[in-house]
Write a protein that binds this ligand. Structure first.
Ligand code: ADP
Ligand code: ADP
Length: 227
């Protein structure tokens, strides 16, 4: 579905060039949970930003269903980001003055999605807490809302940047289970950046980055299932 071919990303910092990604090649498939691992500074955020259309590579090609993403003009790249990609962040990024339901409903409206926002919250097990504000929810509950909000865009690609980075291990496993379920039961491909090496047994494809290069790519024939 998505193919990175010889992707390089360099940043100019003063008169120095920082190589954030060098000759990166991989594919993202639907019906898969792809887990991206690597130490701080290895290029994970840069890779996610390029996947999500927030940034462009310095060199190389990215295709999404045979469409060349890196050749899109700014307007079409914005459409790709809005229509194709859903985002989940470490610190949820919910709107504090809106209830859980309203946070999801706004995303649905912006994407002309008439589906009931309640159903997205039900799908992440949060129907009981729909009318609560973010500050009345636990971290795990806020992350469920943010997943429901991302799904309300009907994304083809769900990008999760350290989605369990602020959660305890029990809650983290529940969030991992939700992401695994989305990958297994919908057409949305799920990509998760994490520091947690335990998660690699649960992913279908594990991509390890080191110093901006691919260290390894491994496919799990039979990933562990949460729950
Ligand atoms: P990670 O997410 O794995 O911590 P990053 O993608 O943030 O890694 O960073 C990879 C490398 O690129 C690091 O050396 C980082 O300092 C550098 N880098 C990332 N973003 C920028 C930027 N906007 N300007 C300059 N250097 C950057
Ligand atoms: P994390 O490791 O938690 O993902 P990062 O260190 O990668 O956090 O940084 C988060 C953001 O800061 C990213 O969007 C990245 O592009 C930007 N960034 C990282 N390093 C630099 C840098 N040296 N100069 C400017 N921006 C940077």
């Amino acid at each position: 579905m998505i193919k990175f071919s010889n992707i390089n990303k360099e940043y100019q910092v003063g008169n120095q060039v920082v190589k954030a990604l060098s000759q990166v090649n991989f594919e993202i498939e639907p019906h898969q949970l792809t887990v991206i691992l690597g130490p701080s500074g290895s290029g994970k955020s840069t890779l996610l930003n390029i996947l999500g259309g927030m940034d462009r590579p310095t060199k190389g090609d990215i295709s999404f269903n045979d469409r060349q993403i890196n050749k899109l003009n700014d307007h079409d790249l914005t459409s790709y980001r809005r229509e194709v990609v859903g985002f989940v962040f470490q610190f949820y990024n919910l709107i504090p003055s809106l209830t859980a339901l309203e946070n999801v409903a706004i995303a649905a409206q912006l994407n002309n999605n008439d589906d009931l926002s309640e159903n997205y919250l039900k799908s992440v097990g949060l129907e009981e807490r729909m009318n609560n504000f973010p500050n009345q929810l636990s971290g795990g509950e806020m992350q469920r809302v943010s997943i429901a909000r991302a799904l309300a865009k009907k994304p083809k690609l769900l990008l999760c940047d350290e989605p369990t980075g602020a959660l305890d291990s029990t809650t983290s496993m529940k969030i991992l289970g939700i992401l695994q379920n989305i990958a297994n039961t919908t057409d949305t491909a799920v990509v998760m950046v994490t520091h947690n090496p335990e998660f690699e047994r649960y992913g279908n494809r594990i991509i390890r980055l080191k110093d901006g290069e691919i260290e390894s790519i491994n496919d799990n024939e039979q990933p562990l299932l949460v729950g």
